[in-house]
Write a protein that binds this ligand. Structure first.
Ligand SMILES: Cc1cc2nc3c(=O)[nH]c(=O)nc-3n(C[C@H](O)[C@H](O)[C@H](O)COP(=O)(O)OP(=O)(O)OC[C@H]3O[C@@H](n4cnc5c(N)ncnc54)[C@H](O)[C@@H]3O)c2cc1C
Length: 421
């Protein structure tokens, strides 16, 4: 790293973001002695410090949380980390890797130049030849436009605003979305004594345990989770899939719709509109359930076939199948949001990245970054941590290492190419 005559710092590579993905990139860059800096608007593991609710635990078991040259080495490999432990885990990785992180340095603009990129930040400008966008896939909660029509008497909350149930008004809560976030919040809020209605669209059902092992052991060992992006049949669809209905608890409980229904959470269909103070739900609940059950069956078939092919059947209990998702006897298609029965709505409707600072035309009309396995459509620009970037597990901690190695390999080749010397 050095400074130009006008005092602008020059470095081979700038990594934007000190979450686990940016830190994995940094580790791989250091292994290749590539001069770099990691720019972070907050602190290391900022998303886990600022953007998660109090009770959240990872849904990935501890033994699975691995990063390049680093893995969980505590006393509870089958447990699931709470937020304090995740922050500690990632911060320790940054320390042992010696990652050159510059905290409290927000990137405000990234522009292309003849020689590479100009990175403007809140603490000064940096020139680099290559850049890695590791700024996260979940920077902004997605809230559907129907929110605008919700009566002012009902409080709207996103997972970024939500910390604990006691901060919600007393009374009924409508949770919209039944992916990992939606089912976890529905469960916690219901247990706080607030009646919960859960609006269910497309979802991914998973048992916590299968044949005596964590379901993510199966995902990992069978290769389903490490399937490469260029082997996935419908990549666009795979990149849009909701997160699985999983929660990490010491009891290793399954948190599917049957479990929620059993404790009294009311299930309704997909929220399709809010009109004249009424929430309108689609009637396709039975179909949504059948589809999720079918996909689960197929996934379990894949696991069983893999176990059989590996001669593992003798090591574990026989294949299991789970009760189909129970369709409620009655499920309202309409809820009056002015009656007082619903006091707040939690929008668990997904997240998206924020590229408002990116001044290079690499975003498509749907707001997605244009890239091929992490090589962005601009020379010397790379990305990490996006859904199915290079593998199905690309957004998870356990997926960052393999992706970072591949992406940094490509980046190193780019820097070494004779015309770039
Ligand atoms: C609710 C939730 C639960 C999850 N649970 C799990 C789980 O159980 N297991 C698992 O493996 N994964 C889980 N994930 C997925 C994933 O591990 C996290 O989203 C993780 O935080 C992603 O890591 P990352 O490094 O890609 O992005 P982030 O951790 O978001 O890191 C990006 C960093 O970039 C910084 N940044 C952003 N913009 C700028 C800018 N302009 N300038 C400078 N810095 C910037 C941010 O402050 C942040 O620190 C979960 C995600 C969510 C949302």
């Amino acid at each position: 790293m050095f400074r130009t005559a006008v005092g602008i710092e020059r470095v081979a590579t700038v990594v934007i973001g000190a979450g686990h993905a940016g830190l994995a990139a940094s580790r791989c860059l250091s292994e290749r002695s590539i001069d770099h800096v990691v720019l972070e608007r907050g602190e290391v593991a900022n998303s886990w410090r600022r953007e998660r609710w109090d009770s959240l635990r990872l849904l990935t078991p501890n033994w699975l949380n691995r990063l390049p040259g680093y893995r969980y080495d505590g006393t509870d490999p089958d447990g699931y980390m709470g937020m304090g432990e995740v922050i500690e885990f990632i911060s320790r990785f940054a320390a042992v890797s010696g990652a050159p992180v510059r905290t409290h340095t927000a990137v405000t603009s990234l522009r292309q130049t003849d020689a590479g990129y100009h990175v403007a930040t809140t603490t000064g400008d940096v020139h680099c030849r290559t850049v890695v966008l590791a700024s996260g896939a979940c920077n902004v909660p997605i809230v559907p436009a129907v929110r605008e029509a919700v009566p002012a008497s009902v409080r709207s909350v996103t997972p970024f605003d939500y910390r604990r149930p006691s901060e919600l008004p007393e009374g009924g809560v409508l949770v919209v979305g039944a992916s990992a976030t939606g089912v976890q919040l529905a469960d916690e809020i219901h247990r706080s004594g607030r009646p919960v209605t859960l609006s269910v669209g497309e979802h991914v059902r998973m048992p916590r345990m299968y044949r005596g092992r964590d379901v993510l052991w199966w995902m990992d060992a069978s290769g389903v989770w490490t399937q490469r992006y260029d082997e996935v049949d419908d990549l666009t669809r795979a990149r849009r899939l909701p997160s699985p209905q999983l929660v990490g608890t010491p009891e290793r409980t399954t948190l599917d719709l049957n479990a929620l229904n059993a404790i009294g959470v009311a299930l309704v269909g997909r929220l399709s509109a809010v009109r004249d103070g009424h929430a309108l739900f689609s009637g396709g609940l039975r179909n949504q359930f059948a589809l999720a059950d079918l996909k689960l069956e197929r996934l379990l078939d894949t696991f069983d076939a893999w176990a059989h092919s590996q001669g593992r059947d003798g090591d574990m209990p026989p294949p299991e199948r789970f009760e189909p998702t129970r369709v409620p006897q009655s499920s309202p298609l309409i809820l009056n949001l002015r009656s007082g029965a619903i006091q707040s709505i939690v929008w668990a409707t997904g997240f998206r990245p924020d590229y408002s600072w990116l001044d290079v035309p690499v975003i498509d009309e749907k707001g997605h970054l244009r890239h091929e396995g992490g090589a962005v459509e601009a020379p010397g620009m790379y990305a990490l941590g996006l859904p199915v970037l290079r593998r199905r597990n690309s957004t998870f901690i356990c997926g960052a290492g393999d992706d970072a190695r591949d992406v940094i390999d490509h980046l190193a080749g780019y820097l070494a190419a004779p015309h770039r010397a």
